[in-house]
Design a protein around this ligand. Sequence first.
Ligand SMILES: C[S@@+](CC[C@H](N)C(=O)[O-])C[C@H]1O[C@@H](n2cnc3c(N)ncnc32)[C@H](O)[C@@H]1O
Length: 336
Amino acid sequence: MTKPVEDPTQYVLDEAMAYIHAAALRAATVLGVADHLVDGPRAAGELAELTGSHGPFLRRVLRLLATRGIFREDDDGRFHLTPRADVLRADAPGTIRAGVLAVTSEVYWQSTGDLTEAVRHGELAFDRRYGKPFFSYLVAHPDVGAMFNEGMANFSAGEVERIVASYDFPASGVLVDLGGGFGGLLLAVLRARPGLHGVLFDRETVLAGHVLGRLGADDRWEAVAGDFFEAVPAADLYLVKNVLHDWTDDECVRILTNCRRAMNPGAKLLIAELVLPEGNEPHYGKVLDLFIMLLLPGLERTRAEYERLFDQAGLRVTRMLPTPSAYSLIEAEAAN
Ligand SMILES: C[S@@+](CC[C@H](N)C(=O)[O-])C[C@H]1O[C@@H](n2cnc3c(N)ncnc32)[C@H](O)[C@@H]1O
C-alpha cells in the first residue's frame, strides 16, 4: 500500500489547532470523567449528570479525545476507558491527573499565549505577566504553589522506579536530594538501600508537603530547608533531578560549585535531566524546553552543554546512563 501524500496545509492547520486537544484534555480531567468509567462504559448524557456538565458539549469533547485514543466511543455512543484515559483517574496506578491539571492551568496557559512577545524581547513570559519570578510567585500564591508541587511530584512518580533501577546507588553514606520537592525519589532510594541516610534539601514551603515519613524510619532522613545558591549540606552522593534545567549556565555553575565545595572525599553527583539529542528528531525535552523558556531562565541541554557546566564548577563527568524513561543520568565527581 502506498503511503498517502501529506497535505502540508492540513498538517500545519492541525498543528495550529493543537491547543484545542490540550483544552479538551483539561476539561475531561477537571470534570473527572475517567473516574466515572471504572465500572463500565457510559453515555455522554449519563457522564454529564455525574460530572455536573452539559451532555452534548461533553460528548463532543470526548469524541475529539477518542481520536487520540483517550477514551473510546462504541456504536451505542457509550464511552469506555482506554489505557490513555485510565491514567487520568485520580487513584489509577501511574495516574498523571495532577500533572495534567498543573500544566494546563491558567498561569501556564496565559504564559504560553505570550510566547511571541517573549521571543520578540527575550524576556520570561511568566515574569512579564505576573510581575515576579516563578518560584517567588509560587511562595506568594500557595494555591498555585501546591498545584505545581503536586504536579511535579506526580510527573516524578512515574520515573522514580526507573531511575532507582538504572543506577547502582551506594549501600551506605549520606545522599542529599537537592531541590528534591516532596522527596518521592529520595524515599524510593532509601527504601532500596537500607544503609543510606537521606537529606531532602528544598525551600521551606515545599518541605511542608514531604513524604519521607512514609519510610517508617525517622532516624534515616532529614528535611533541610535552604537555598542551593548559598550553601548545600555535605554528602557522599548528590541527586539533582529536574533542577539544573530551571537555571542559566551561571546559576547552574553556582549550584554545582556549592556541591563540589561541600562534597565528602570520593563523593559523586548524579543529575537526572532530559538530555537533548543533537539534531531535529522529536524529543519530549524539546517541548519541555519551551515550557521552561516561558517560566524560568533555564533551558534543556545536550550532554556537551552539561559537560561544560560541570567543567566550570570543577567537576568531571564519569558516565552517562540512559534510563527506560526520557530521562538520562549523568554522574560526575570532583575534577581533582
Ligand atoms: C522542577 S522542581 C524539581 C523537583 C524534584 N527534584 C523532581 O524532580 O520532582 C525544582 C525544585 O527546586 C526547588 N528550588 C527552587 N529554588 C531553590 C533554591 N534556591 N534552593 C533550594 N531549592 C530550590 C523548588 O522548590 C523545586 O522543588
